[in-house]
Design a protein around this ligand. Structure first.
Ligand SMILES: [Zn+2]
Length: 182
C-alpha cells in the first residue's frame, strides 16, 4: 500500500516563537560592569620621589643664607630684579640662587649655601646657565669674581666638586672669561 505523504495540519510558527524569546541584553550587562580606573591606579603607582631627610635638613640649614642672597637682589647675569623687571613673563624675574656644581647631584647639596659655588640670578638666567656649551664652569666662576669678588674662591670651589682634582678649573680659564661677563 502506498503511503500518502504526511501533511502537517497546523503550520509551525517559527517566526513568532523566536520573537517570544527574551532578548539578550548584552549592551546593558556590559554597561553595568565597573569601569577600569586606569588613570587613578597609575597615579597611585608612582608617587613623586620624596625628598630625603638629609636633603631636607640641608635645605633648612641653608634657608636663611639663601634668603639673604636673593632678597632685594638683581640678577648677576642680566640685571633684572623683581622691582625693575626686564623679562615680559613675570616669574622669569624672580631671583634665586644657582649652584654652579648643580649638574652633579651630591655636589649641589654641598654648594647650596656656599658663595664660592653659587650665582644670584633670575629664573630665566637660571635655566640658561644649565647650558654648559654657553656657560662652561669657568665662565660661571667669572660671574662670581665680577659680582662677589669677596666670595670668589677657586680652590674651595674645585675642592667642593672634586677633592682629587684641584686644577679641574684653572685661574687662567676664569680670567679668560672675564670680558664675556657683564
Ligand atoms: Zn637674569
Amino acid at each position: 500500500m502506498k503511503r500518502s505523504p504526511l501533511k502537517r495540519k497546523t503550520p509551525l510558527k517559527r517566526g513568532t516563537s523566536q520573537l517570544k524569546r527574551t532578548p539578550l541584553k548584552r549592551g546593558e550587562s556590559q554597561l553595568k560592569r565597573s569601569p577600569l580606573n586606569r588613570g587613578d591606579s597609575e597615579l597611585k603607582r608612582s608617587p613623586l620621589k620624596k625628598e630625603s631627610a638629609k636633603h631636607k635638613a640641608r635645605r633648612e640649614e641653608a634657608r636663611e643664607w639663601r634668603k639673604s642672597r636673593t632678597e632685594g637682589s638683581s640678577c648677576w647675569i642680566c640685571g633684572t630684579s623683581e622691582k625693575k623687571r626686564k623679562h615680559p613673563i613675570r616669574e622669569h624675574n624672580n631671583i634665586c640662587v644657582h649652584e654652579i656644581a648643580g649638574a652633579w647631584g651630591a655636589n649641589r647639596q654641598k654648594a647650596i649655601d656656599k658663595g664660592h659655588s653659587t650665582i644670584v640670578c633670575c629664573w630665566k638666567c637660571n635655566l640658561d646657565l644649565e647650558d654648559r656649551s654657553v656657560w662652561p664652569e669657568a665662565r660661571q666662576l667669572a660671574v662670581i669674581l665680577k659680582h662677589a669678588p669677596d666670595d670668589y674662591d677657586l680652590v674651595a670651589h674645585n675642592s667642593l666638586v672634586n677633592d682629587n682634582a684641584p686644577n679641574r678649573v684653572t685661574q687662567c680659564e676664569v680670567l679668560d672669561f672675564m670680558p664675556s661677563v657683564e
